[in-house]
Design a protein around this ligand. Structure first.
Ligand SMILES: [Zn+2]
Length: 234
């Protein structure tokens, strides 16, 4: 049985102060005894990249998966696979409807921004609820759709109890790169890197590049870890 949902505080962000700029807060891992990276994969709306998920499972490579509620609804088999490998996959919050956490009437990468703090808060809470309902676990990291944020909403999101799921190495540029290009970007990862890729595009070549690049890094002795507890990072 699932226990209670977590309670989220309310907060207010004034639209009047919304700045037009957006930011992508960088994130690296805290220093560790052994060289380590975090592989983080977004499950935006789309399908399940079985090739990538199976390769990670076969190689024992841990990853943090940022799930949207839309993806959870569309991919029951993919969700079941992730849940069957909870030792490898940490499930975190990519929002309910994949609305960028950006204030104002605008779009980024073809995605309409949530627009208001209320809409952003709903996106985050409903995303967390969907993960709780699917897994019984409460996510502690939130990565907004587009990974871009209005600066004004970062602290309110942290006050809701979420770390901001930034990154330091963009491996696939929105799942747009060739397998070879993705693998060579991942091969250059350094100790502490948080690597960003996608697990919702099974028809694109980038997913096989993530699998190959991560396996090569692991063979070289790199540890793959989850994002740390938020308390360490905030
Ligand atoms: Zn996304």
């Amino acid at each position: 049985m699932f226990l209670t949902r977590r309670a989220f505080g309310t907060g207010a962000v004034s639209m009047a102060t919304a700045s037009p700029a957006t930011i992508a807060p960088p994130l690296r891992l805290p220093p560790a005894a052994r060289p380590a990276v975090a592989l983080t994969l977004d499950a935006c709306p789309g399908a399940f990249d079985e090739r990538l998920a199976h390769a990670l499972a076969d190689n024992g490579i841990a990853a943090t998966i940022f799930l949207t509620a839309l993806w959870i609804r569309m991919n029951p088999d993919g969700l079941a696979f992730l849940l069957a490998h909870r030792d490898l996959f940490s499930l975190q919050n990519h929002g309910a409807r994949h609305l960028p956490p950006i204030l104002g009437n605008r779009s980024v990468y073809g995605l309409k921004a949530a627009g208001t703090w209320d809409a952003i808060r709903t996106e985050i809470v409903a995303g967390a609820d969907a993960i709780y309902d699917a897994s019984g676990g409460n996510p502690t990291w939130y990565r907004g759709a587009s990974a871009l944020y209005s600066p004004e909403v970062l602290d309110p999101i942290r006050k809701m109890g979420f770390g901001i799921g930034g990154f330091s190495l963009n491996a696939d540029m929105g799942a747009s790169l060739s397998a070879g290009a993705v693998a060579s970007r991942i091969a250059k990862a350094q100790d502490g890197d948080v690597i960003l890729g996608h697990i919702n595009q099974p028809l694109r070549p980038s997913g096989t590049g993530i699998a190959a690049g991560a396996a090569a890094l692991k063979r070289q002795g790199m540890d793959f870890v989850w994002l740390p507890s938020v308390a360490e990072n905030n």
